[in-house]
Write a protein of this length. Structure first.
Length: 282
């Protein structure tokens, strides 16, 4: 059971990292709490469903397309809705909630309330040290970790990433260096939404695509960024591992409801001791 617990925690933490990374990236650069983030995961999942059932595309082809669709819609949303609320956390929350309701309603009208099955790209499992690892979950975790590593490289070793970090730290100083925040914001927002869409496309073959999956994803992302510290990418990665460990351990011993209660209790405890989160700034 312990080996299986480690497997579940490890696979879950990789997916949690991908979901939370996009959420905290948007907040860290734009100071916008995107409460529609879970619905961009929903868009990614249904994009895979449409690609498979309407266009007959293979899952491995539909996977990057789903991320691009979610990212493209994110860029449009930033320009049309979120741009005027940059730095306004309350206004951004309200707009995000309204957008989330609209996206969920549109998906429900188009596809219904039932879960839509998506063909799994891999079947079976492999055994390692007495623990069984499903091949499709291993693939999802592997892609998620690769994307996390690519985003880390992008932020630390590319001109675009350095520009986004400069805008996040000091927008006025960035302007003096020739960096235009209004050109950086849609790119950052699109990348964050694309990461959420990719996460949805990765988990869709495992759990199916259904209209309520965005709410659970948003809740996980919100818990992670609060635990790790709003805007802190290293904090989000650490908190993803912590939340996955709590969820997996409590779910195995008891059930998912108790695991959710323990997760919120951990958030409250961290905020009481360290209001800025584990690695966040005041």
């Amino acid at each position: 059971m312990f080996q299986q617990f480690l497997v579940v925690a490890g696979l879950s933490s990789a997916t949690y990292m991908l979901i939370a990374l996009g959420f905290t990236l948007i907040f860290g650069i734009m100071r916008v709490v995107n409460f529609a983030h879970g619905e961009f995961l929903l868009i990614g999942a249904y994009a895979v469903f449409v690609a498979q059932h309407q266009f007959g595309l293979d899952y491995l082809v539909a996977l990057p397309l789903a991320a691009l669709v979610a990212g493209g819609i994110g860029v449009v949303a930033e320009r049309a809705l979120f741009r005027r609320f940059t730095g306004d956390e309350t206004g951004g929350m309200i707009v995000g909630l309204a957008l989330a309701i609209a996206i969920k309603g549109a998906v429900t009208i188009l596809f219904g309330v039932d879960s839509q099955p998506i063909a799994r790209p891999f079947s079976g499992s492999i055994e390692v040290a007495g623990a069984f690892i499903p091949r499709d979950q291993l693939f999802a975790a592997g892609v998620a970790l690769v994307m996390v590593a690519l985003i880390w490289w992008l932020l630390n070793h590319s001109r675009l990433g350095l520009a986004m970090r400069a805008v996040a730290q000091a927008p006025e100083v960035a302007r003096l260096q020739g960096i235009t925040p209004w050109k950086t914001y849609p790119v950052a927002f699109g990348i964050g939404c694309a990461l959420a869409g990719l996460a949805g496309a990765l988990v869709a073959p495992i759990y199916g695509a259904e209209p309520n999956m965005g709410e659970a994803a948003l809740m996980k992302a919100f818990i992670i960024v609060v635990l790790g510290g709003l805007g802190s990418i290293p904090g989000a990665l650490v908190a993803s591992c912590l939340l996955a460990t709590i969820d997996s351990g409590i779910s195995i011993l008891f059930n998912a409801t108790i695991a959710a209660l323990v997760s919120f209790a951990a958030v409250i405890l961290v905020l009481l001791v360290r209001p800025a989160g584990l690695l966040g700034r005041s």
